[in-house]
Design a protein around this ligand. Structure first.
Ligand code: GLP
Length: 235
Protein backbone atom coordinates (compact mmCIF):
# COMPACT_ATOMS: atom_id res chain seq x y z
CA UNK A 1 0.00 0.00 0.00
CA UNK A 2 1.39 3.37 -1.02
CA UNK A 3 0.11 6.86 -0.19
CA UNK A 4 -1.31 8.05 -3.52
CA UNK A 5 -1.46 7.24 -7.26
CA UNK A 6 1.91 8.93 -7.93
CA UNK A 7 3.68 6.81 -5.31
CA UNK A 8 1.92 3.68 -6.58
CA UNK A 9 3.09 4.50 -10.13
CA UNK A 10 6.64 5.14 -8.93
CA UNK A 11 6.69 1.84 -7.04
CA UNK A 12 5.32 -0.26 -9.92
CA UNK A 13 7.46 1.50 -12.56
CA UNK A 14 10.62 0.86 -10.55
CA UNK A 15 9.48 -2.70 -9.85
CA UNK A 16 8.92 -3.50 -13.53
CA UNK A 17 12.26 -1.90 -14.44
CA UNK A 18 14.02 -4.11 -11.89
CA UNK A 19 12.28 -7.22 -13.20
CA UNK A 20 13.27 -6.41 -16.79
CA UNK A 21 16.86 -5.52 -15.86
CA UNK A 22 17.30 -8.64 -13.68
CA UNK A 23 15.92 -10.76 -16.55
CA UNK A 24 18.58 -9.25 -18.86
CA UNK A 25 16.51 -9.77 -22.04
CA UNK A 26 18.09 -10.38 -25.43
CA UNK A 27 16.62 -10.55 -28.95
CA UNK A 28 16.54 -14.35 -28.62
CA UNK A 29 15.11 -14.28 -25.10
CA UNK A 30 12.91 -11.18 -24.81
CA UNK A 31 11.00 -10.10 -21.71
CA UNK A 32 7.27 -10.59 -22.42
CA UNK A 33 5.21 -7.93 -20.68
CA UNK A 34 1.40 -7.74 -20.53
CA UNK A 35 -0.02 -4.20 -20.35
CA UNK A 36 -3.33 -2.46 -19.58
CA UNK A 37 -4.95 0.81 -20.57
CA UNK A 38 -7.01 3.10 -18.32
CA UNK A 39 -6.09 6.05 -16.16
CA UNK A 40 -4.68 3.92 -13.31
CA UNK A 41 -1.49 2.79 -15.10
CA UNK A 42 -0.58 6.28 -16.36
CA UNK A 43 1.66 7.18 -13.35
CA UNK A 44 3.40 3.81 -13.85
CA UNK A 45 3.92 4.59 -17.54
CA UNK A 46 5.33 8.00 -16.63
CA UNK A 47 7.86 6.38 -14.30
CA UNK A 48 8.83 3.89 -17.04
CA UNK A 49 9.26 6.71 -19.60
CA UNK A 50 11.47 8.63 -17.16
CA UNK A 51 13.64 5.57 -16.43
CA UNK A 52 14.07 4.91 -20.18
CA UNK A 53 15.02 8.57 -20.77
CA UNK A 54 17.53 8.38 -17.90
CA UNK A 55 19.10 5.31 -19.54
CA UNK A 56 18.18 3.05 -16.61
CA UNK A 57 15.79 0.87 -18.61
CA UNK A 58 15.46 -0.24 -22.23
CA UNK A 59 12.53 -1.78 -24.11
CA UNK A 60 14.74 -2.88 -27.00
CA UNK A 61 14.22 -6.54 -26.12
CA UNK A 62 10.81 -6.27 -24.51
CA UNK A 63 7.74 -7.73 -26.24
CA UNK A 64 4.35 -6.45 -25.12
CA UNK A 65 0.82 -7.87 -25.25
CA UNK A 66 -2.06 -5.57 -24.41
CA UNK A 67 -5.07 -6.80 -22.47
CA UNK A 68 -7.92 -5.65 -24.66
CA UNK A 69 -9.34 -3.47 -27.42
CA UNK A 70 -12.78 -2.17 -28.36
CA UNK A 71 -14.60 -3.85 -31.25
CA UNK A 72 -15.40 -1.64 -34.24
CA UNK A 73 -13.64 1.52 -33.07
CA UNK A 74 -11.23 2.73 -35.81
CA UNK A 75 -7.64 2.07 -34.80
CA UNK A 76 -6.78 5.78 -35.20
CA UNK A 77 -9.69 6.93 -33.00
CA UNK A 78 -8.12 8.78 -30.03
CA UNK A 79 -9.84 6.44 -27.56
CA UNK A 80 -8.86 3.17 -29.21
CA UNK A 81 -6.48 1.26 -26.99
CA UNK A 82 -3.99 1.33 -29.89
CA UNK A 83 -3.99 5.12 -29.83
CA UNK A 84 -3.85 5.20 -26.04
CA UNK A 85 -0.80 2.92 -25.84
CA UNK A 86 1.20 4.77 -28.48
CA UNK A 87 0.29 8.16 -26.99
CA UNK A 88 0.89 7.29 -23.31
CA UNK A 89 3.85 4.91 -23.60
CA UNK A 90 5.16 3.40 -26.83
CA UNK A 91 5.95 6.64 -28.69
CA UNK A 92 8.05 7.77 -25.73
CA UNK A 93 10.21 4.69 -25.19
CA UNK A 94 12.65 2.64 -27.30
CA UNK A 95 10.28 -0.26 -28.05
CA UNK A 96 10.41 -1.78 -31.54
CA UNK A 97 6.98 -1.48 -33.20
CA UNK A 98 7.09 -5.13 -34.31
CA UNK A 99 7.33 -6.15 -30.64
CA UNK A 100 3.99 -4.51 -29.82
CA UNK A 101 0.92 -6.79 -29.83
CA UNK A 102 -2.57 -5.33 -29.47
CA UNK A 103 -5.79 -7.13 -30.35
CA UNK A 104 -7.36 -5.92 -33.60
CA UNK A 105 -10.98 -5.03 -32.86
CA UNK A 106 -11.60 -4.50 -36.58
CA UNK A 107 -10.32 -7.89 -37.76
CA UNK A 108 -12.62 -9.50 -40.35
CA UNK A 109 -12.80 -12.67 -38.23
CA UNK A 110 -12.79 -11.73 -34.55
CA UNK A 111 -12.75 -15.30 -33.26
CA UNK A 112 -9.69 -16.09 -35.40
CA UNK A 113 -8.05 -12.88 -34.13
CA UNK A 114 -8.56 -14.00 -30.50
CA UNK A 115 -7.25 -17.51 -31.17
CA UNK A 116 -4.25 -16.12 -33.02
CA UNK A 117 -3.49 -13.80 -30.07
CA UNK A 118 -3.39 -16.76 -27.67
CA UNK A 119 -1.12 -18.61 -30.14
CA UNK A 120 1.23 -15.61 -30.36
CA UNK A 121 1.50 -15.47 -26.55
CA UNK A 122 2.25 -19.21 -26.45
CA UNK A 123 4.86 -18.85 -29.21
CA UNK A 124 6.77 -16.50 -26.90
CA UNK A 125 6.60 -19.05 -24.09
CA UNK A 126 3.93 -17.12 -22.16
CA UNK A 127 3.88 -13.77 -20.40
CA UNK A 128 6.54 -13.06 -17.80
CA UNK A 129 4.66 -10.25 -16.03
CA UNK A 130 1.10 -9.07 -16.65
CA UNK A 131 0.30 -5.60 -15.37
CA UNK A 132 -3.43 -4.94 -15.02
CA UNK A 133 -5.93 -2.46 -13.66
CA UNK A 134 -9.42 -3.16 -12.41
CA UNK A 135 -12.84 -1.76 -13.21
CA UNK A 136 -15.19 -0.47 -10.52
CA UNK A 137 -17.00 -3.81 -10.75
CA UNK A 138 -13.71 -5.65 -10.21
CA UNK A 139 -13.19 -6.61 -13.87
CA UNK A 140 -9.69 -7.29 -15.16
CA UNK A 141 -9.13 -6.37 -18.82
CA UNK A 142 -12.74 -6.61 -20.05
CA UNK A 143 -13.56 -9.74 -18.06
CA UNK A 144 -16.81 -8.52 -16.59
CA UNK A 145 -18.33 -10.04 -13.43
CA UNK A 146 -19.38 -13.60 -14.17
CA UNK A 147 -16.49 -14.23 -16.55
CA UNK A 148 -15.21 -17.76 -16.22
CA UNK A 149 -11.97 -18.04 -14.33
CA UNK A 150 -10.97 -20.48 -17.12
CA UNK A 151 -11.70 -17.97 -19.91
CA UNK A 152 -9.30 -17.21 -22.75
CA UNK A 153 -9.04 -14.40 -25.29
CA UNK A 154 -12.51 -13.77 -26.71
CA UNK A 155 -15.24 -11.29 -27.58
CA UNK A 156 -17.10 -9.79 -24.59
CA UNK A 157 -20.16 -7.60 -24.39
CA UNK A 158 -19.44 -4.79 -21.95
CA UNK A 159 -21.46 -4.52 -18.74
CA UNK A 160 -23.70 -1.45 -18.65
CA UNK A 161 -21.72 -0.13 -15.63
CA UNK A 162 -18.52 -0.33 -17.67
CA UNK A 163 -20.12 1.54 -20.57
CA UNK A 164 -21.20 4.24 -18.09
CA UNK A 165 -17.74 4.38 -16.48
CA UNK A 166 -15.98 4.65 -19.86
CA UNK A 167 -18.35 7.31 -21.25
CA UNK A 168 -16.02 9.90 -19.66
CA UNK A 169 -13.54 9.12 -22.46
CA UNK A 170 -16.24 9.73 -25.12
CA UNK A 171 -17.39 13.24 -24.09
CA UNK A 172 -19.82 11.60 -21.64
CA UNK A 173 -21.81 10.33 -24.62
CA UNK A 174 -22.92 6.83 -23.61
CA UNK A 175 -24.05 6.04 -27.16
CA UNK A 176 -20.49 6.60 -28.44
CA UNK A 177 -18.98 3.88 -26.22
CA UNK A 178 -18.46 0.60 -28.11
CA UNK A 179 -20.68 -2.22 -26.82
CA UNK A 180 -18.16 -5.00 -27.37
CA UNK A 181 -14.48 -5.62 -26.89
CA UNK A 182 -11.85 -8.27 -27.44
CA UNK A 183 -10.14 -9.22 -24.21
CA UNK A 184 -7.62 -11.69 -22.89
CA UNK A 185 -9.33 -14.19 -20.60
CA UNK A 186 -8.96 -14.61 -16.86
CA UNK A 187 -6.99 -17.80 -17.48
CA UNK A 188 -4.73 -15.96 -19.94
CA UNK A 189 -3.83 -13.55 -17.13
CA UNK A 190 -3.52 -16.31 -14.52
CA UNK A 191 -1.10 -18.26 -16.71
CA UNK A 192 1.45 -15.48 -16.78
CA UNK A 193 4.38 -16.01 -14.46
CA UNK A 194 3.61 -12.91 -12.40
CA UNK A 195 0.60 -10.61 -12.16
CA UNK A 196 0.80 -7.02 -10.86
CA UNK A 197 -2.47 -5.14 -10.38
CA UNK A 198 -2.70 -1.37 -9.92
CA UNK A 199 -5.70 -0.15 -7.92
CA UNK A 200 -6.04 3.51 -7.01
CA UNK A 201 -8.88 5.76 -5.91
CA UNK A 202 -11.98 5.36 -3.79
CA UNK A 203 -14.00 4.32 -6.89
CA UNK A 204 -12.09 1.03 -6.86
CA UNK A 205 -12.52 0.23 -3.16
CA UNK A 206 -15.51 -2.06 -3.73
CA UNK A 207 -13.86 -3.78 -6.68
CA UNK A 208 -10.84 -4.52 -4.53
CA UNK A 209 -12.94 -5.75 -1.62
CA UNK A 210 -15.43 -8.09 -3.29
CA UNK A 211 -14.62 -11.75 -2.99
CA UNK A 212 -17.10 -14.47 -3.86
CA UNK A 213 -15.85 -17.55 -2.08
CA UNK A 214 -17.97 -19.77 -4.35
CA UNK A 215 -15.92 -18.68 -7.38
CA UNK A 216 -13.10 -20.90 -6.10
CA UNK A 217 -15.16 -23.85 -7.43
CA UNK A 218 -14.37 -22.70 -10.96
CA UNK A 219 -10.83 -23.95 -10.46
CA UNK A 220 -12.02 -27.43 -9.37
CA UNK A 221 -11.75 -29.98 -12.19
CA UNK A 222 -15.00 -31.78 -11.19
CA UNK A 223 -17.53 -29.55 -9.48
CA UNK A 224 -21.33 -29.73 -9.89
CA UNK A 225 -23.68 -26.87 -9.05
CA UNK A 226 -27.38 -27.79 -8.90
CA UNK A 227 -29.68 -24.77 -8.99
CA UNK A 228 -33.37 -24.12 -9.36
CA UNK A 229 -34.54 -21.60 -11.97
CA UNK A 230 -35.01 -18.75 -9.48
CA UNK A 231 -31.39 -19.03 -8.40
CA UNK A 232 -30.21 -18.51 -11.99
CA UNK A 233 -31.91 -15.13 -12.46
CA UNK A 234 -28.66 -13.17 -12.30
CA UNK A 235 -26.71 -15.42 -14.66
C1 GLP B 1 -11.23 -0.40 -18.83
C2 GLP B 1 -10.13 -1.37 -19.20
C3 GLP B 1 -9.55 -2.04 -17.98
C4 GLP B 1 -9.16 -1.01 -16.95
C5 GLP B 1 -10.41 -0.24 -16.54
C6 GLP B 1 -10.14 0.78 -15.46
O1 GLP B 1 -12.44 -1.04 -18.56
N1 GLP B 1 -10.59 -2.38 -20.10
O2 GLP B 1 -8.41 -2.81 -18.36
O3 GLP B 1 -8.58 -1.62 -15.83
O4 GLP B 1 -10.90 0.42 -17.71
O5 GLP B 1 -9.81 2.03 -15.98
P1 GLP B 1 -9.28 3.21 -15.09
O6 GLP B 1 -7.91 2.85 -14.68
O7 GLP B 1 -9.31 4.40 -16.01
O8 GLP B 1 -10.21 3.36 -13.95
Amino acid sequence: IRHDPTEVGEYIGQYIAKRINDFAPTAERPFVLGLPTGSSPIPTYQTIIRLVKEGKLSFKNVVTFNMDEYVGLPQDHPESYHSFMFRELFSQIDIQPENVHILNGNAPDLVAECNDYEARIKAYGGIELFLGGIGEDGHIAFNEPGSSLQSRTRIKTLAYDTILANARFFNNDISAVPRMALTVGVQTVLESKEVVIVVTGQRKAEGLNHLWTLSALQTHPWALIVADEDATLEL
